[in-house]
Design a protein around this ligand. Structure first.
Ligand SMILES: Cc1cc2nc3c(=O)[nH]c(=O)nc-3n(C[C@H](O)[C@H](O)[C@H](O)COP(=O)(O)OP(=O)(O)OC[C@H]3O[C@@H](n4cnc5c(N)ncnc54)[C@H](O)[C@@H]3O)c2cc1C
Length: 469
């Protein structure tokens, strides 16, 4: 049955920008997370902040759930319209508003693609460092709402480190500005930081001002090959304890190497147990100083081969190969589950070992790659959701992985967010009192619970099992 508010939506944004056909709704019933699906009642594409505010006011009045959605690449069921309602799209709000070369900022609308930001500023000798592997398709509002990380996180930080100001439509339809083009600002609570990582549960981002830095003038890329995972992990700790902070320090295990090589044919050593992809950038002098030291440390910790990319084309191919890891693994079986359990970087070797033991214990296939320098691993299970018995073992394995990460002083999610998928585990990390404090914030912003309901906050917490690995 058609809802009356659908006609009101059409008046706000124009009829062509409201989709209600089942075939269109189906496309927005799921995101990049397997096994979560729910149909919205309408999909709406506003053109500007006033239209967003009018939609939000209508939803608040009619108590209609509202799910903001960028490109739907999140891996935590963050945009599934679990209670129906409206999915809000931002492809009509995708302009770069301003690049300010005096204040070193860029101001963008929510639907701008991450890579377009990088490319636009790099032509001016500027640099926007956050680079999630999905940057060719992810939107900036999605990155902000998940506080996304990337391959350059170790040296440059993550999205939150670059968000200076936001324009946000609150759940009551009011439009607020947070922060500014300011290096310093302590006027009240830091609402900018509160919205970063809030997963569309507190308001709708309609504009963002991001910090830029000068583009590094030099960069070098190295591939170190290992016959044991432990040696690769030891190298990671050793580089950092030697006071070298590479721009990128990525780990890829044997099953991932094989899948990536099969997919991208860049000449990765398919017999290796692990490889590290390491990049350093900065001034020509700094890169020339750090790279030989990094090579030396790789060799000292047992690398069987250390290869420095000779051309930017070779380096680019290696970087792109790493970025395809998830897509490459996804070709192996019908369902791919990628997690982002994160531990202190000193615990990388222990965590990788534990993941392998957990996979063996539950007889499931898990490949691991990730941002080793950040302690942020991506254990990735290739499976088939239609095999219910196997699926139960996969779920059990991931519960054990979350529990192990917590035991090692880590977290259930380093960069993908909680969404609906990991909501039953949030209390494992922040405690029941922590969840209640967060719920209090949510309720004060959104008393009618219209903004992306059933994300972050679960109806019940999963029981914590003690893992023995
Ligand atoms: C192949 C692949 C590689 C990936 N690599 C990485 C990686 O390296 N690092 C990483 O951190 N993540 C990675 N991800 C996860 C994902 O790409 C990121 O979370 C990304 O930021 C999501 O952007 P999106 O535009 O697709 O947002 P969506 O998935 O559409 O939405 C993400 C969240 O943002 C909210 N949202 C969207 N727009 C707005 C808005 N205007 N206002 C308020 N809330 C909004 C949504 O409600 C949702 O909660 C990867 C995913 C894939 C599929």
């Amino acid at each position: 049955m058609a809802h009356v508010w659908i006609d009101q939506l059409k008046q706000i944004v124009g009829e062509p920008h409201v989709q209600t056909k089942k075939s269109s709704l189906l496309a927005y019933s799921f995101d990049a997370t397997p096994n979560f699906q729910a149909l919205p009642d309408a999909v709406v594409a506003p053109a500007n902040k006033q239209e967003v505010a009018d939609i939000v006011k209508l939803c608040n009045q009619e108590k209609v759930p509202l799910v903001p959605r960028g490109s739907g690449t999140n891996l935590a069921a963050g945009t599934t319209p679990t209670q129906g309602g409206i999915v809000l799209l931002f492809h009509r709000m995708n302009s770069i508003t301003e690049i300010d070369e005096e204040n070193l900022t860029i101001t963008v609308q929510p639907g701008v693609i991450t890579q377009d930001i990088s490319e636009a500023v790099e032509t001016l000798g500027l640099f926007y460092p956050p680079d999630p592997s999905s940057m060719k398709i992810s939107t900036i509002a999605g990155n902000i709402s998940e506080n996304s990380g990337g391959l350059r996180g170790l040296k440059y930080g993550v999205t939150k480190d670059y968000v200076l100001a936001l324009e946000v439509v609150l759940p009551n339809g009011e439009i607020i500005q947070t922060g500014g083009k300011l290096a310093k600002d302590v006027a009240g609570y830091d609402l900018t930081k509160l919205f970063v990582g809030s997963e569309g549960t507190l308001g709708i981002v309609t504009e963002a001002t991001l910090k830029l830095i000068p583009k590094p003038t030099a960069k070098q890329t190295l591939l170190a090959v290992y016959d044991s995972m432990e040696k690769a992990a030891e190298t990671v700790s050793s580089i950092i304890s030697n006071r070298i902070i590479p721009a990128t320090l990525e780990f890829i295990d044997r099953p991932t190497i094989q899948a990536v090589e099969d997919f991208s044919k860049v000449g990765l050593p398919v017999d290796a147990e692990a490889v590290l992809l390491i990049e350093q950038d900065g001034t020509v002098e700094n890169v020339a100083k750090d790279m030989p030291l990094i090579s030396e440390l790789c060799e000292k910790h047992g690398a069987t081969q250390v290869k420095i990319a000779e051309t930017e084309a070779d380096a680019h191919a290696l970087r792109e190969a790493r970025r395809t890891a998830l897509s490459a693994l996804a070709r192996l079986r019908p369902t791919t589950i990628l997690e982002d359990a994160t531990v202190p970087r000193s615990e990388i070797a222990t965590m990788v070992r534990a993941i392998n033991e957990i996979a063996a214990k539950h007889n499931v296939s898990i490949a691991t790659f990730g941002h080793a320098g950040d302690g942020n691993l991506h254990p990735t299970c290739t499976t088939d959701v239609r095999d219910h018995e196997e699926w139960e073992r996969v779920e059990q394995a991931f519960e054990d992985i979350f529990a192990k990460a917590i035991d090692l002083g880590g977290t259930i999610t380093g960069e993908h967010g909680v969404g609906e998928m990991k909501s039953p585990y949030l209390a494992w990390k922040v405690g029941e009192a922590g969840v209640e404090a967060m719920r209090g914030i949510k309720t004060s912003f959104d008393p009618n619970n219209i903004m992306n309901p059933e994300k972050i906050f679960a109806k019940s917490t999963r029981k914590r099992v003690v893992v023995s690995t």
